[in-house]
Design a protein around this ligand. Structure first.
Ligand code: SF4
Length: 332
């Protein structure tokens, strides 16, 4: 076996420590960091790689990952995070990377019992089995609580110098970070939007109501106020000037219609899906619900409207009102 390993690096404390422990045994490390549409860890991973002195390759997930999120074999965590399936997906890609760079085993910063949906002993066994990596996947922080892996059996790694940490406490991990002289100790965070309940409702809404979806649909779950208007249409309202501009940039002909307040302060609205008189009317009423009066006293509110590549203006009848709660996304 070669003394070279691929390490999954999120930039969090656990993955950094796992690398330090194995580096201390003279193993060459090549790091791999995943960027899904729902996480934001790549800067941390790049910074951590520089700090650890290891090369890092950033890998973006593709549409196949969205199907993993839609139908996870092992279910969701507290929101719409399919952690066990997500880890299996990532380790399977990492296994290919391992072959490509000529590494002979893999390490990850998982700690038994730290996360209920992907790091219980049972889940680690499932991950080993479903990826076919059993024996080649080393968890240096919890290794002594797990069966010996191939590099330990072959003497590439000294099992005695690996650890037997379990549970949610960070005390031992922080002490170890100090022992390694790490200055930057990251706060615990998954950095993954799929763990956030509000994002979860939006993602589930797409799976339930849309036969087809692309990355575009999921980029939009990250911000704004979301309302379902009909089986085939929903609307997103911006919550700030920045979000309004973002929504306007996401307008796509054939997929969406855009409403922008012309003579008053209010949110921009992106209607996604079927544009009918009814969905248009509902979108406008919702937009008006979060708007102020026209800047000039007595003026009728006017919206700039864009759909199918055509632009026009819509005057809004005064007195339109709606209860947004009636159109909120399913919350389960
Ligand atoms: S928190 Fe997100 S990125 Fe991390 S394993 Fe779970 S689903 Fe995957």
């Amino acid at each position: 076996m070669k003394k070279k390993a691929v390490a999954l690096l999120s930039g969090g404390l656990d993955s950094k420590l796992a690398i330090r422990i194995v580096q201390a045994q003279g193993i060459e490390i090549e790091a791999l960091s995943f960027k899904t549409q729902f996480n934001c860890c790549n800067d941390e991973a790049g910074q951590a790689a520089r700090e650890l002195g290891v090369p890092v390759t950033m890998l973006s997930t593709d549409e196949e990952y969205l199907r993993v999120v839609e139908k996870p074999k092992y279910g969701y965590g507290r929101a719409v995070n399919p952690c066990t399936d997500c880890r299996i997906y990532m380790f399977a890609l990492a296994a290919k990377f391992m072959e490509k760079v000529g590494a002979s085993f893999m390490i990850s910063g998982e700690v038994i019992g730290q996360r209920p949906n992907s790091q219980m002993k049972r889940q680690l066994e499932i991950i080993d089995r479903d990826t076919g990596l059993g024996g080649l996947l080393v968890r240096p922080l919890s290794a002594k609580l797990l069966p010996p892996t191939k590099p330990e059996i072959e003497g590439i790694l000294d099992r005695e110098k690996l650890h037997g940490i379990s549970g949610r406490s960070r005390k031992e991990l922080i002490q170890m970070a100090h022992d390694f002289g790490m200055k930057d100790i990251p706060q615990p965070s998954t950095g993954c939007l799929l763990t956030e309940p509000e994002v979860g409702f939006r993602v589930k809404d797409i799976f339930k109501n849309q036969k087809e979806y692309t990355r575009w649909d999921f980029d939009l779950v990250k911000f704004g106020r979301h309302f379902r208007l009909s089986e085939n249409a929903k609307v997103i309202l911006g919550k700030s000037e920045e979000q309004n501009l973002k929504l306007e940039a996401y307008y796509e002909e054939g997929k969406s219609s855009l409403f922008i307040p012309n003579n008053f302060y209010g949110p921009s609205a992106l209607l996604i899906g079927e544009l009918t008189e009814e969905t248009k009317d509902l979108a406008i009423k919702l937009l008006m619900n979060y708007s102020k009066k026209p800047r000039v006293e007595g003026e009728e509110p006017v919206l700039d409207f864009k759909t199918g590549g055509e632009e026009s203006q819509v005057s809004v009848a005064v007195g339109t009102s709606i209860n947004p709660v009636d159109y909120q996304l399913e919350r389960k």
